[in-house]
Design a binder for this molecule. Structure first.
Ligand code: HEM
Length: 509
């Protein structure tokens, strides 16, 4: 009996002590959070709006981008915009963004503001599952994007791109936006699930993917199930994609044949508790990966071309072509993972296109707890619990205090001796997000766009024959508006005297 009592005491006392310590630490942490908050912290200033509807009239008249720009110009780096009954606090610039990007999910969360994506991605993944499951699924993507895997994908990408451009004639005029939309889907699908489904992707799945994209409208954020034609098409497309990908997963599982693609990585992935991915999750992950990479990469590829081929940027085009010549001189026609790493000028050209044309206007979070931000001017603002918080990439990456002459396309700003994106710390450049939820597909996306543009620069003389595209801001993921017409002529072989033309300049390299 005595022994039992001692055992009991030995067991319970440490637990009780540990509980008290945890409780006291939690209270102290809470207290610290409260006392950290300076009494000087005020609510963020509110942008002018009409009674009841807030900025709605301005939004309809000027569009979302101008409303945000005007509020930023008038109120500074922290401000609130009221739209109907919803308030959104904007945080602009690296100085006020660390909590947004690096805060714990329990404090600034994506869940509440991202549920509108559930009809697009489908069940079992992304914002249809709890955070712990989602994080594990993102880890699966991360594992599928490790350098060893990227090396394999590089080879697949090069083959796909070379094959694709054999379809172009000796000369012609094409819509670059449409071509790259198509090509990026093919490249991504080859890396995701191998060659066997390429032809199927080409015919059917690519169309459904476009319908998924098209089904993500601004209105979708507030009313994801509103019975509008675009949502109906989205739902039909998601259902059909589900069938196509389910077949593919089943066939792969049955074949038992080892394949070195992303689907196989996801099939072989295991949750921490040892559980394997289900078919529903696999289908959702395939749709999510295609969706996450398709529009973003094809739009960035198109902007890169539009920028490089614009008359004002002849020197940047020349630099990109010269780099290809140097690479050809060193490696001949071979393009692989290592060779792609050497294309730094091209890399910076893509990065700069993305700085000016991020494929999302803003990133969103929900404040589960209030927090204080301090501006570089020393003002402190308290963002209240329950508030929707936004980081408008479209302004964030064009701040004159970070980027010299920010509206200019200037890839050299990321080059040696300048490194402007490092000037304001890690969060100065957020086209791929940053901190806790930074994009896991960044290296894959760069590789894909570089493979495409390396091929184009080496093999074609090009000029843009339509005006420089405007941005379509009226969609969740803005891209170039209308057609982006490119005239091309096949060159015999890249040589140091190759000619590149554009509508405004004609020069010999
Ligand atoms: C040019 C191409 C791309 C751009 C500009 C881009 C941009 C972004 C951005 C801005 C975020 C952060 C979202 C946030 O903080 O709310 C993000 C996250 C993410 N991206 Fe990308 N992305 C690209 C390509 C890809 C590709 C090819 C994949 C392939 C799977 C991918 C997968 C993801 C995933 C899984 C996340 C979520 C990470 C997390 O929440 O921890 N992205 N991306």
């Amino acid at each position: 009996m005595e022994v039992a009592t001692v055992n009991w005491v030995a067991f319970v006392v440490p637990i009780a002590v540990a509980t008290i310590i945890i409780f006291i630490s939690a209270m102290m942490a809470r207290g610290r959070r409260r006392t950290e908050r300076s009494p000087r912290a005020r609510p963020p200033p509110v942008a002018a709006g009409a009674p009841l509807v807030g900025v709605l009239p301005w939004l309809l008249a000027k569009g979302p981008l101008q409303v945000i720009r005007d509020a930023h110009a008038e109120l500074g780096s922290v401000f609130t915009v009221r739209l109907l009954r919803r308030e959104v606090t904007f945080l602009v610039g690296p100085d006020v963004s660390s909590h947004f990007f690096q805060g714990l999910d329990s404090e600034v969360s994506q869940d509440e503001v991202s549920r509108f994506t559930v009809p697009t991605f489908g069940p079992g993944v992304a914002f249809d599952v709890d955070l712990a499951t989602r994080r594990e699924q993102i880890r699966f993507f991360g594992d599928a994007m490790k350098p060893a895997k990227l090396r394999t994908y590089a080879g697949l990408m090069v083959r796909e791109v070379e094959e694709y451009f054999t379809r172009w004639g000796e000369s012609g005029t094409v819509d670059l936006k449409q071509e790259l939309g198509h090509l990026v889907t093919l490249v991504a699908s080859r890396c995701l699930f191998g060659e066997e489904v390429r032809s199927k992707m080409l015919r059917e799945a690519a169309t459904h993917l476009r319908e998924l994209n098209d089904g993500m409208r601004l209105v979708t954020i507030l009313f994801p199930h509103l019975p509008i034609p675009a949502h109906r098409r989205r739902d039909r497309a998601r259902a059909r994609l589900g069938e196509i990908f389910s077949d593919m997963v089943r066939t792969r599982r049955e074949s038992g044949r080892p394949v070195d693609d992303m689907l196989q990585c996801l099939i072989d992935s295991r949750y921490k508790d040892g559980r394997a991915t289900t078919d529903t999750e696999l289908v959702g992950m395939l749709v999510s990966a295609l969706f996450a990479g398709q529009h973003t990469s094809s739009s960035t590829g198109t902007w890169t071309g539009a920028r490089l081929l614009a008359g004002a940027n002849a020197e940047h085009l020349r630099a990109a072509v010269r780099e290809q010549e140097r690479v050809v001189a060193r490696h001949g026609d071979r393009v692989d993972y290592e060779v792609l790493q050497e294309m730094e000028t091209l890399h910076r050209s893509v990065k700069e296109a993305l700085r000016l044309h991020p494929p999302a206007m803003m990133l969103l979070r929900h404040a589960r707890r209030s927090f204080v931000v301090r501006t570089r001017e020393g003002d402190e603002y308290e963002v209240p619990e329950g508030r929707t918080v936004a980081s408008p990439m479209v302004i964030h990456n064009r701040l004159p205090r970070v980027y010299r002459d920010p509206e200019r396309y200037e890839p050299g700003r990321f080059g040696p001796g300048r490194g402007e994106d490092g000037a304001g710390g890690a969060l100065s450049y957020t086209a791929f997000g940053g901190g806790r939820h930074a994009c896991v597909g960044e290296a894959f996306a760069y590789m894909q766009i570089k493979v495409i543009w390396s091929h184009l620069l080496r093999n074609f003389e090009m000029e843009m024959v339509s005006p420089f595209p405007e941005t379509d801001w009226n969609v969740v993921m803005p891209g170039p508006k209308g057609k982006v017409m490119l005239r091309y002529k096949r060159r015999k072989k890249m040589s140091p005297t190759a000619q590149i033309t554009n509508p405004h300049t004609r020069y010999v390299l």
